[in-house]
Design a protein around this ligand. Sequence first.
Ligand SMILES: Cc1cc2nc3c(=O)[nH]c(=O)nc-3n(C[C@H](O)[C@H](O)[C@H](O)COP(=O)(O)OP(=O)(O)OC[C@H]3O[C@@H](n4cnc5c(N)ncnc54)[C@H](O)[C@@H]3O)c2cc1C
Length: 468
Amino acid sequence: MLRATTLSGFVELQERAISDLRKRLSGPLVVCGDAGYDEARTIWNRMIDRRPALIARCAGTDDVVTALRFAREHGLLISVRGGGHNVTGNAVCDGGLMIDLSPMKSAHVDPRRRRMTAEPGLTWKDFDTATLRHGLATTGGIVSSTGVAGLTLGGGHGWLMRKHGLACDNVSAVDVVVADGRCLRASADENPELFWGVRGGGGNFGIVTSFEFQLHPLTTVLAGFLLFPRSQARDVVDLFREQAPRAPDDLTLGVLFTTWHDGRPVMAVVLCHSGAIEDGERLVQPFRELGTPIIDAVRPMAYAELQTMFDATNPPGAWYYKTGYLDGAAMEGDRFVETLLQHCDFPSPSPLSRVYIEHLGGAMGRVAPDATAFVHRKAPFDLIVIAGGFEASATEANIGWARDTSAAMRPFMSGAAYVNYLGADAGADAVKAAYGPAYDRLVKLKDTYDPENVFRLNQNIRPEPLIL
Ligand SMILES: Cc1cc2nc3c(=O)[nH]c(=O)nc-3n(C[C@H](O)[C@H](O)[C@H](O)COP(=O)(O)OP(=O)(O)OC[C@H]3O[C@@H](n4cnc5c(N)ncnc54)[C@H](O)[C@@H]3O)c2cc1C
């Protein structure tokens, strides 16, 4: 017998039930003690150490349906794992059934129609490899090991968002296994309300087993970073605040406060220009003229190279995020820069810890706020305080630094956040603010497709009436 966590307590699972499930699945069912159990429950954020009773490593949609039906039959708590990158660790449950989609990696590109059909186990590295072979790409995560599924379902920021919209804006259809085990197609024509909800509402409504993406021609970009000493931070932030709002859609900027590998406190302007290289060079020039950057690593490069450029500084390890959208008006004065600099007093507790300001707007900002469940279309910038890569003994210092920095920046924030960046300690109010004006409509959708809140290990939209 195996003791497992249910939605309301515990259940003893009979050996026979487990072996029946094992027989019905095409992919492996992994139980504590099996070879590969620890590997399967380990995700990118190594602070998460949860032990599912069962892990269904799904080989396809039939496995997803089988695993979900088994969980429903026994009332089990479930978690859904795509790329396993979400910092909250929601991909892994303690004691329940983890539905692991990471083996589902099929990718089919139709270059003529510029479409990609993607299974939910793909990472952005897998995705870009498949599409760039045809000179095509779409907006995707900037660290290549991030999962396509979780990122897209929450919205999906990336270097191309100001030109082509969010990752979810480029989805034309999905296949979803909903809580009662039905497989539904959702698109503008079929189950349109579900289609609205899965583009920004995360994994609240079902398990997406296939995405259809729209692709765009792309091979080379002008991209990279300019590294400046911290002493130049004020000028760099001033120029960033001046240039970002007037940047063309081809240009996405970012400002990063971090520690260089020799321990120097530095800052960087990071960027991608996906239009004509000469136009990009002209737009970068004012940053180059700011002084003498320590490193000027902006150059024409394959988009594939850019998409792996930040992998090395985002390895698996201990990570903690605090985040929120910046309020454009509040960040105009000197106090914004002063507060930022005071708290970016690197070296921070860990050398991988950093503060990042992300440049939003452009095409993603022109999508109507009610067209998808991702509503924060007008937010100009996003701020992420990232504590990362620290030893267990330094957890308190790193998390404390991230919390203090984020609290100090609160006067400059709008109060809402991008749902995919919310950390594990985001409370119900923060989650509600992340869904913003879409929340009530999302609750109705949850009532329709998941009234018992089977899909609850996520930034949860609670059905009415509340079921605990
Ligand atoms: C290093 C790093 C870089 C990042 N960079 C970016 C970035 O550039 N842009 C950006 O927008 N975000 C970025 N993020 C945030 C990222 O979007 C989220 O962490 C996202 O949840 C990751 O998706 P995943 O599939 O890897 O995660 P997982 O942890 O596997 O999944 C997260 C949640 O998504 C849901 N889910 C996953 N797959 C499915 C599915 N098929 N069906 C239904 N629900 C599902 C589940 O609720 C699950 O708990 C980054 C995160 C990290 C750690």
